[in-house]
Design a protein around this ligand. Structure first.
Ligand SMILES: *Cc1c(COP(=O)(O)O)cnc(C)c1O
Length: 311
């Protein structure tokens, strides 16, 4: 039996103004249009589907962010009781969004590590399946579908994507490789203060950041997945780090240009083009993964705009 995905095929759009500004053909894969507001429904959705096919009776996801929201969307669509555990620091708006979808919300722990421990304890019960935010082969496999969609449709010469724990990057690379595009380089973008991939590449091994100081908390995995780091040995992956101010500026310009609001986690990737950073200049047809994110709105964008003195 073939299984239909929970995620949708997203639009692939040319960014006219950026293309004119850079003298390139700049393309956008609009993952912000997913029902979960981010690409995460691809990977987490597939993992939940596979768990359901194996008889899962309860899905458990520790995440106060886009991963938790995607797991909630997936679990409810599959008709499986789904519990999202969030730390006490999680905003009310996010808690409400998860509950409004129809998932169970459990507030556990002061920091994510404690939340995660509580999730793992719950999963000791039979039939309970643990859904991690980024570190699982099913998640990379599902995230790779975004490259499957682009592969036959567009001629591009580089992919830009943001890196938190590395699940999106792993999916992008897997998707390139399984579509005969293993030669296409990837720019892996983070913000200063959340650059655990950059630190890991520099050290040649996984590094645990002492703290996350970027406002792009979605990129704030203190340690990236070992798999994402190892991929740099076999694929042309180049790390790019932008400032929070550049990421927010890109969100503001993108909101005006494309009439869409995305998180600074996504703005980081957009900033490489909006700032015309050296790393993008050698290419002619860049593809930007607009990863999206639900934790941004008009009020937050204008607060950050003031905070970073942007005009
Ligand atoms: C999860 C997420 C990321 C980072 O993805 P990883 O798989 O953790 O690297 C970036 N942007 C948005 C909007 C996300 O939801």
């Amino acid at each position: 039996m073939t299984m239909s995905y929970l995620h949708i095929t997203t639009p692939l759009l040319q960014h006219r103004r950026l293309s004119a500004m850079l003298g390139q053909s700049v393309w956008l894969k609009m993952e912000n249009c997913q029902p979960s507001g981010s690409f995460k429904l691809r990977g987490i959705g597939l993992m939940c589907q596979r768990a359901a096919a194996r008889g899962a009776r309860h899905l458990i996801c520790p995440s106060g962010g886009n991963a938790g929201f995607a797991a909630a969307v997936a679990g409810v669509a599959l008709g499986i009781p789904t519990t999202i555990l969030v730390p006490h620091t999680t905003a009310d708006s996010v808690r409400q969004a998860i509950q409004a979808i129809g998932a169970t919300l459990l507030v556990e722990g002061q920091v994510w590590d404690e939340t995660n421990q509580a999730a793992l304890r719950l999963c000791e019960q039979p039939g309970y399946v643990y859904i991690p935010p980024f570190d699982h082969p099913d998640i990379w496999d599902g995230n790779a579908t975004l490259m499957d969609e682009v592969a036959g449709q567009l001629d591009f010469d580089v992919v830009l994507c943001s890196v938190g724990g590395g699940g999106l990057l792993s999916g992008v690379v897997q998707g390139l490789q399984r579509n005969g595009l293993a030669h296409i380089p990837v720019l892996a973008v983070e913000t200063e203060g959340a650059a655990s991939y950059h630190a890991g590449l520099a050290a040649g091994e996984c590094v645990t950041l002492p703290a996350i100081t970027s406002i792009a908390t979605t990129l704030g995995a203190r340690q990236v997945s070992a798999h994402a780091l190892a991929l740099a040995q076999q694929h042309d992956i180049r790390s790019v780090v932008v400032s929070d101010a550049q990421a927010v500026d890109a969100c503001l310009q993108f909101a005006n240009d494309m009439r869409s609001i995305v998180e600074p986690a996504c703005g980081a990737t957009l900033a490489v083009a909006y700032q015309n950073l050296p790393q993008i200049r050698e290419f002619q047809r860049p593809l930007l993964v607009v990863c999206g994110g639900i934790a941004a709105d008009l009020v937050k964008l204008s607060t950050w705009k003031t905070q970073f003195n942007l005009t």
